[in-house]
Design a protein around this ligand. Structure first.
Ligand SMILES: *[C@@H]1O[C@H](CO)[C@@H](O)[C@H](O)[C@H]1NC(C)=O
Ligand SMILES: *[C@@H]1O[C@H](CO)[C@@H](O)[C@H](O)[C@H]1NC(C)=O
Ligand SMILES: *[C@@H]1O[C@H](CO)[C@@H](O)[C@H](O)[C@H]1NC(C)=O
Ligand SMILES: *[C@@H]1O[C@H](CO)[C@@H](O)[C@H](O)[C@H]1NC(C)=O
Ligand SMILES: *[C@@H]1O[C@H](CO)[C@@H](O)[C@H](O)[C@H]1NC(C)=O
Ligand SMILES: *[C@@H]1O[C@H](CO)[C@@H](O)[C@H](O)[C@H]1NC(C)=O
Ligand SMILES: *[C@@H]1O[C@H](CO)[C@@H](O)[C@H](O)[C@H]1NC(C)=O
Ligand SMILES: *[C@@H]1O[C@H](CO)[C@@H](O)[C@H](O)[C@H]1NC(C)=O
Length: 628
């Protein structure tokens, strides 16, 4: 026995003697260690990709656990563009804590929205692969009745986890679910550890207990189980038990991945760097926490920065979950960056331009209660969404500052409604902007869980980067959840869908409607509401949507942005976009296309336009869906 295992063994005996054994998880999970100063800590869970249909790519696995794709990729030693194979092991980062409401257990809480047919048992053993058990779900949701769950209801699923004690010779513990074919020696070699350390952490091996949850020290990172999967895959190219499904998934992700790579390789690298930064910040905080002796009460720099008053404590609990993901700026840093929020730095509204360490950022000042946006942004990550880089909270004034990437070309409305600059964005560029917006919306509608509805899509919330690529900004009104009904109507005149105005019904289709309005703006260069208060969509309905075919072309030319007419853009391509706009603006939300369909049709229109030579005016394919 080497000195390492001896020490591990000894320390575990010590733990057992202290009465805070981590040994094998009861249905309630692992008991908290008596020494509470070890919480919170970074832990991991081993999850296998693709065992549940639709939870295979890094985005959907990340969404399930409330972490970003990048965090999953990083802890699993993968690149963000990888799609793991079915059954491929992934390490999911858990922030493990022991809070009073956990009833003396250590958990990583995951917010989950109930689908039809879900029960605590089925979700725990299915989607969460026994990383939790229904008994523990009951503990952390004392007010819910397990037999009476509503679809759409949020339930906390507590992932089992544990923090190493101060005497342990490893920094992280992985929650691992024993598979029927597993034994301790196999698991130990998979993680580069020893059978003895598994025994000391979990008690003797019980061969008759299937799917037991055990703790495995992360002795080396990445552990062999993650390194071996590469060679396994290389040796057996297609080991999938459900080949058809896999191919489907891969195709779908291929498209997304391709896009991300093509459009945002630089952005991805940048974010990766940020995450590294955020993580080193996090470990700094944890270290700080451990080194401080405050009579058992943990205290971090952030807490000090936020003050110790009650609201400070509340803010603290609100933001701790984001420390992993974002850089936390100090108020001093932001004041320096913006010359104390001087009006010369003002971009628009409460958004300031700031310079920090030679880099330019956009800093948005808002009341803390408006920070719903932070909650949503931390779930999303896409080339066509403005990236959040960090934040700062000032508890004194109850103000929250969000720090975003800075986009030099400002918002789309500035370009469209100014005749001089509207000439600079030709039809091709406008088509690309429409496509970028479609991809961004498709992502928040289809690839986030719970679904996000932006609720305030408009040309002034669409920002353009140096290459006139478009990104969606301002998630200030965004809502998670679908089919919610709100009582007070918010949004922007001219973009609000009729059913939302009438019933307050929030669905992704209200974004589709607003998207249709933005298409009309791109086509006409007009504002969403004219000086007489008439909306652009009702005007379009009267003039171009319903005109007879013979008249249509002339009507369209008359209505279009003069800047485009001057550039003699191909009418087929314009007509296909008008058809898309018309479909998006359908009065009945159910009849509007999804953003997936819109993105597909527009990319066809874009391809066709790319082939357009001036002589061979080929008709735009893919528009059939939208032709009345
Ligand atoms: C911890 O274990 C490693 C081997 O994994 C060993 O090199 C190191 O010396 C050990 N540390 C202590 C303090 O025993
Ligand atoms: C966890 O704590 C409970 C109650 O304090 C105790 O009954 C149980 O034996 C403990 N479990 C382990 C594995 O130590
Ligand atoms: C939780 O554990 C602590 C010590 O480990 C003990 O004093 C306390 O009574 C326990 N609380 C419950 C609710 O079991
Ligand atoms: C991650 O995997 C790659 C092989 O894909 C390997 O070269 C690299 O060293 C690994 N990363 C770390 C941190 O070990
Ligand atoms: C979880 O455990 C149950 C039995 O307790 C088993 O039927 C199920 O297959 C396990 N789930 C996974 C994903 O391994
Ligand atoms: C509790 O843990 C901290 C650091 O994790 C350590 O410094 C302290 O000595 C521990 N206290 C006891 C009573 O073990
Ligand atoms: C453990 O499992 C591995 C592979 O599944 C097998 O080769 C080995 O013989 C098993 N060892 C024991 C002690 O059962
Ligand atoms: C082993 O697991 C089985 C099934 O869960 C259980 O009935 C039995 O008590 C366990 N044996 C030991 C020694 O823990």
């Amino acid at each position: 026995m080497d000195s390492y295992s001896l020490i591990t063994l000894l320390s575990c005996f010590l733990i057992i003697f202290h009465g805070n054994s981590q040994s094998p998880a009861s249905p309630d999970g692992f008991n908290c260690s008596a020494n509470r100063t070890i919480y919170p800590c970074q832990a991991f869970g081993l999850y296998r990709a693709g065992l549940t249909q639709g939870i295979q790519d890094l985005v959907s696995v990340g969404d399930l656990f409330g972490v970003s794709r990048l965090m999953v990729a990083r802890s699993s030693n993968l690149t963000t563009s990888t799609t793991p194979g079915v059954g491929e092991p992934l390490l999911i980062p858990f922030t493990c804590d022991c809070l009073p409401e956990y009833n003396n257990h250590s958990y990583y809480p995951v917010a989950y929205q109930i689908n039809s047919g879900d029960t605590y048992y089925l979700v725990s053993t299915g989607k969460f692969q026994n990383l939790t058990q229904y008994q523990a779900v009951e503990i952390v949701n004392p007010t819910l009745v397990p037999t009476d769950l509503d679809i759409g209801q949020m339930v906390t699923f507590p992932m089992f986890c544990q923090c190493p004690s101060s005497t342990d010779n490893f920094t992280n513990l992985v929650t691992y679910v024993m598979q029927p074919s597993d034994n301790y020696s196999y698991v130990a070699s998979s993680f580069g550890t020893t059978v003895q350390s598994l025994v000391s952490l979990n008690g003797p091996e019980n061969t008759s207990a299937n799917f037991a949850t055990i703790l495995v020290p992360l002795a080396q990172n990445p552990p062999p189980i993650l390194l071996n999967r590469k060679s396994e895959q290389a040796a057996t190219p297609a080991p999938s038990p459900t080949p058809v499904l896999v191919v489907e998934k891969k195709d779908r992700n291929g498209v997304i991945v391709g896009l991300a790579v093509a459009l945002g390789i630089v952005g991805a690298l940048f974010v990766f760097l940020l995450i590294l930064l955020a993580c080193s910040w996090r470990s700094f905080i944890l270290r700080q926490r451990m080194s401080e002796e405050n009579g058992g009460k943990g205290s971090s720099i952030v807490e000090q920065r936020l003050g110790r008053n009650e609201s400070g404590a509340k803010l603290m609990s609100d933001i701790t979950e984001w420390l992993d993901k974002y850089k936390v700026f100090t108020l001093e840093e932001l004041k320096e960056a913006t010359a104390n929020f001087d009006s010369s730095h003002l971009i628009q509204g409460t958004v300031y331009k700031g310079n920090i360490d030679g880099e330019t950022f956009a800093v948005k000042k808002m009341k803390w209660n408006a920070c719903e946006e932070l909650k949503i942004l931390q779930k999303v990550n896409h080339t066509n969404l403005v990236k959040l880089e960090g934040f700062c909270v000032d508890s004194e004034s109850g103000t929250c500052y969000l720090v975003y990437e800075y986009l030099e070309n400002g918002s789309l409305d500035m370009w469209l409604h100014d005749p001089a600059s509207s000439r600079k964005i030709d039809w091709r560029t406008r088509l690309r902007i429409a496509l970028d917006l479609a991809h961004g919306l498709q992502y928040i509608h289809e690839h986030t869980w719970p679904r996000v509805v932006h609720k305030d899509i408009k040309s002034s919330n669409l920002l353009l980067d140096s290459r006139l690529g478009a990104k969606i900004a301002n998630f200030g009104l965004a809502k998670t959840g679908h089919n919610a009904v709100t009582t007070h109507i918010i949004g922007t005149q001219g973009y609000i869908a009729p059913e939302y105005l009438a019933d307050g019904l929030v669905t992704t289709k209200m974004d589709v409607f607003a998207y249709g309005v933005v298409l009309l703006e791109l086509l006409s260069g007009k504002e969403a509401v004219n000086a007489e208060g008439e909306t652009l969509w009702s005007e379009a309905e009267k003039t171009i949507f319903d005109s007879r075919d013979g008249m249509k072309e002339a009507k369209i030319r008359e209505w279009m942005d003069p800047a485009l007419v001057e550039q003699s853009c191909p009418i087929d391509s314009v007509v296909s976009v008008i058809n898309v706009a018309k479909a998006c603006l359908h009065k009945d939300p159910a009849k509007r296309p999804s953003m997936v369909e819109v993105a597909y049709t527009l990319s066809k229109a874009d391809e066709t336009f790319a082939d357009y030579s001036g002589e061979s005016l080929s008709s735009v394919s893919g528009t059939d869906v939208f032709a009345r």
